[in-house]
Design a protein around this ligand. Structure first.
Ligand code: FAD
Ligand code: SIN
Length: 540
């Protein structure tokens, strides 16, 4: 990889796994503070192929102080999170957010303006207009600006097609490591250059996980194919702490996808913010039955309402009605959505858009503190792979890019204050590939992946119950055993690593769902339809 023939000795001060909003923000802030440190960023796909790139709606931040204030954004976030947010973290993100967005603008990101002032959009659960956006391509613009900025630093080394397999800890030095072992420490990662077959290692003083979400564990998802939960699964295997894995966010309005495209195309919540209305297939509005905020209620409520309406009527989709909106303004704000709809024969200003819910965001993940520290020493994490306490049981729209900016920046501060005390670890062994043979048929991997998506979509979706969860766990167990056997005996490939990671994610979501005996936020079970009066806080 990385310009050297033998990576067995590749060393770096800081290894960043992932180049979306969280990883790049960290790297830029770190390089600004400490140009003397070598920062290596790896991404498993093409540079820029991230969840970040697909973000449509925008970044939430208190901007217009005449009508908005921090307290309102804090309350909206807490309300969406349904009792599980950490108030201290919510206050940090909301109050530091506007500075981070300002910094992003100074690095070259553009957001739409009207008459010289930022045009602030509205999305579900927000009590004010506070979403900065660039048309319906906000993520694309942020990704572009961050990559351009990162490339200006000589100390940042960006590498694509490098797949991180596992974190290196004491376990690889021959010590027994359990979830109760104190002082588990990260020394870097085993990686595979996807253009070669060998497994190599990167030794780092500090490692940052910014690996994004896990939407690919479901059949229908807005997440691109890179979203396979690798960072979360790596931390689980390294015996680090995770939390809140049962809280999987389904976006209410993905375009009804007859062509089975992967990912599903998102119709941004900002379209409802601009006045579009959800209707059932007979053309009747239905959201008034579920919440006074109607089509702009928080996502968990809207997704469940859609699921219920489809079940009652036996329909495959509901409609999003934009036909009453101003054509010129719609096309100016949502050119990508407009063109995508046209490409499948729907003119959104003339015909209603068929939409369904699709897996969109992982609210739980690697448990980190207010400085992004994980439970493993010298390992930090930021972005969608984490559970910071910001989202609780349900994320407020457009708070994710904001979280990546704030935590990427906070980790840089923290690493700057401690890295000089961290030595480089010697004596890390090479990857042990003994006992493996040539790859078996690919169909063993692809078929298991399909089965996994079916299990999760049928049994661990928007509405859950004990019977479905139990059934999912027994099916997952079988998939796990078959995949482990393959893993122990086959030459390893990124497809197999991803399948293994997704099975872990499926298990964690299902087991966490089983342990939560109440309905809260994104977790709804017909066996325990009410909220517990106390927090039934469960850790894995
Ligand atoms: P990503 O941007 O997903 O980056 C992950 C990186 O990790 C990639 O570079 C990938 O290659 C790398 N990686 C992963 N695994 C490995 C591995 N094993 N080895 C090496 N590299 C690896 N949020 C908002 O706030 N506002 C929005 O408007 C919004 N709209 C959205 C629309 C869509 C369609 C989607 C899918 C999401 C949207 N979100 C939105 C959510 C938001 O985009 C993501 O949560 C956020 O961008 C995640 O950023 P990240 O840096 O954590 O991860
Ligand atoms: C959207 O544009 O609807 C997505 C916003 C988000 O996921 O925060």
């Amino acid at each position: 990889m990385i310009g050297t023939k033998h990576l067995q000795v590749y060393k770096t001060d800081i290894l960043v796994i992932g180049a979306g909003v969280a990883g790049l923000t960290f790297a830029i802030k770190m390089a600004e503070e400490r140009p003397d440190l070598k920062i290596t960023i790896i991404t498993k796909s093409k540079l820029g192929e991230t969840n970040t790139k697909y973000a449509q709606g925008g970044v939430a931040a208190v901007w217009n102080h005449e009508v908005d204030n921090y307290q309102k954004h804090i309350e909206d976030t807490l309300d969406a999170g349904d009792g599980l947010c950490n108030r201290q973290i919510v206050e940090i993100v909301v109050k530091e957010g506007p500075q981070r967005v300002q910094e992003l603008i100074s690095w070259g990101a553009k957001f739409d303006k009207e008459n010289g002032v930022y045009d602030l959009g509205r999305e579900g659960g927000h009590s004010e207009n506070r979403i900065l956006h660039y048309k319906d391509l906000t993520g694309w613009e942020i990704q572009r600006a961050l990559l351009d900025k990162a490339k200006t630093f000589a100390s940042i080394h960006l590498h694509e097609q490098i797949y991180a397999i596992d974190l290196i800890t004491q376990h690889h030095l021959g010590h027994t490591v359990t979830r109760l072992t104190p002082g588990i420490t990260c020394y870097g990662a085993y990686i595979q250059d996807k253009r070669k077959n060998e497994i190599e290692k990167i030794i780092s003083r500090i490692t940052i996980l910014a690996t994004g979400g896990a939407g690919q564990v479901y059949r229908n998802t807005t997440n691109p194919t890179i979203a396979t939960g690798d960072g979360i699964a790596m931390v689980y295997r390294a015996k680090g702490r995770l939390e809140n894995m049962e809280f999987v966010q389904f976006h209410p309005t993905a375009l009804f996808n007859l062509a089975h495209e992967n990912p599903d195309f998102l119709v941004s919540e900002a379209v409802r913010g601009a006045g579009a209305i959800l209707k059932s297939t007979d053309g009747a509005e239905f959201m008034q039955k579920y919440d006074s905020r109607k089509s702009l209620a928080p996502r968990d409520i809207v997704a469940r309402a859609i699921d219920n309406e489809m079940k009652i009527r036996g329909d495959d989709f509901v409609y999003l009605d934009c036909t009453h909106l101003d054509k010129e303004s719609f096309i100016a704000h949502f050119p990508t959505i407009y063109n995508k709809c046209l490409s499948i024969g729907i003119d959104p200003l003339k015909n209603m858009i068929p939409v369904v819910s699709a897996c969109h965001y992982m609210c739980g993940g690697i448990k980190v503190d207010e400085m992004g520290r994980s439970s493993i020493l010298n390992l930090y994490a930021a972005g969608e792979c984490t559970s910071t306490g910001l989202h609780g049981a349900n994320r407020l729209a457009s708070n994710s890019l904001l979280e990546g900016l704030v935590f990427g920046s906070r980790i840089a501060l923290e690493v700057n204050s401690m890295i000089d005390l961290v030595p480089v670890k010697d004596g890390i062994p090479d990857w042990n590939a003994e006992g493996t043979t040539v790859p078996k048929e690919m169909v063993l991997i692809t078929q298991s992946w399909k089965e996994l998506k079916e299990i999760m979509s049928s049994y661990v979706g928007i509405v859950r119950n004990n019977v479905r969860l139990k059934r999912a766990l027994s099916r997952l167990h079988l998939l796990y055993e078959e995949t482990e056997e393959l893993y122990q005996t086959t030459t390893l490939s990124p497809q197999l690593f991803e399948l293994r990671n997704l099975i872990t994610i499926g298990y964690l979501v299902t087991r966490s769902a089983e342990m939560r005996r109440e309905s809260r936020g994104l977790h709804f079970t017909t066996d325990y339809p009410d909220k517990l009066p106390f927090l039934d806080y469960t850790t894995l």
